[in-house]
Design a binder for this molecule. Structure first.
Ligand code: NAD
Ligand code: ZN
Length: 251
């Protein structure tokens, strides 16, 4: 790894007072969770289940729990990596006000970012929710029953069969409170660092553009080119953990 990108990133961080970090699946690949669009990523294996299909078809709902059993084999054992720890260090030094994430793995919280500073735009897959009454349900008993004989979960409060991981599927409306919090954080930042996202999924990818519009600097740290590279004040096409770890001076 060359030293220049690390120095450039460190300098930009040193000049900032209100950083907002925006993350995608790429920050969690070093923890063993595949991203969507890299070779070997989730999309090379599965087509996403659209929200309408989930609502319309019991078979789609069954398929979503079959996949959950598969993806949980990596998700439930994954631990935060150097990239997550570097982000947590920025937050805990008071330099970063919020972490806006597209990830559903909960690893920012596990790495030490206070939950009220993590904004999960696409929800969280570590628990489930009733789509009719919002009752929270834990995943392990659901998967245990499903693994036995494909017994489908039912809401304990309202008996609804529309129980889903607490994530936002393609075609599902965005969570209003999180969108609003992300907007406020973005409007008040002086530097946004977009990390490990191909920046193709909207409305999430609108936040780095919004940051530029309000006069903040934008840095993009991602192995490959992204859709928004032309807006960046600093582009770093490197591995996340080693680069960010060095830039924030992690031991
Ligand atoms: P994406 O797969 O479209 O893009 C990930 C980007 O990260 C790629 O451009 C890739 O080159 C880069 N990358 C991967 N590992 C890297 C590394 N170690 N160093 C540097 N760059 C690296 O992901 P996205 O933009 O987040 O969009 C996909 C959607 O998938 C999101 O909405 C998210 O909800 C969901 N998702 C989440 C998880 C998770 O929670 N961990 C995993 C897969 C998908
Ligand atoms: Zn319910």
């Amino acid at each position: 790894m060359s030293q220049q990108p690390v120095d450039d990133l460190r300098a930009l961080i040193g000049d900032a007072q209100r950083i907002v970090i925006f993350t995608g699946a790429g920050i969690s690949t070093e923890s063993g969770i595949p991203d969507f669009r890299s070779p070997g990523g989730i999309w090379t294996r599965y087509k996403p289940i659209m929200f309408d299909d989930f609502m319309r078809s019991a078979e789609s709902r069954r398929e979503s729990w079959r996949r959950k059993i598969e993806t949980d084999k990596t998700m439930t054992v994954a631990q935060p990596n150097r990239g997550h720890l570097a982000v947590a260090a920025l937050v805990n030094r008071g330099l970063c006000t919020a972490v806006i994430t597209q990830n559903i793995d909960g690893l920012h919280q596990v790495s030490g970012v206070p939950a009220d500073q993590v904004i999960e735009l696409h929800g969280n897959s570590t628990y489930a929710k009733c789509l009719d009454c919002d009752t929270r349900m834990e995943i392990p008993p659901i998967l245990e029953a499903f693994a036995r004989d494909e017994t489908m979960p039912e809401c304990p409060s309202c008996s609804s069969e529309y129980v889903k991981t607490a994530t936002i599927s393609f075609g599902q409306s965005m969570p209003e409170a999180e969108m609003r919090r992300a907007e406020i954080a973005t409007n008040n930042c002086d530097l946004m660092i977009a990390i490990g996202s191909s920046l193709q999924v909207y409305p999430a990818a609108g936040f780095p553009i919004m940051a530029k519009r309000v006069g903040a600097k934008l840095a993009i740290l991602n192995r490959e080119a992204t859709e928004l590279d032309q807006y960046a004040d600093l582009l770093v096409h490197e591995e996340i953990g080693p680069t960010l770890g060095a830039a924030v001076g992690l031991n």
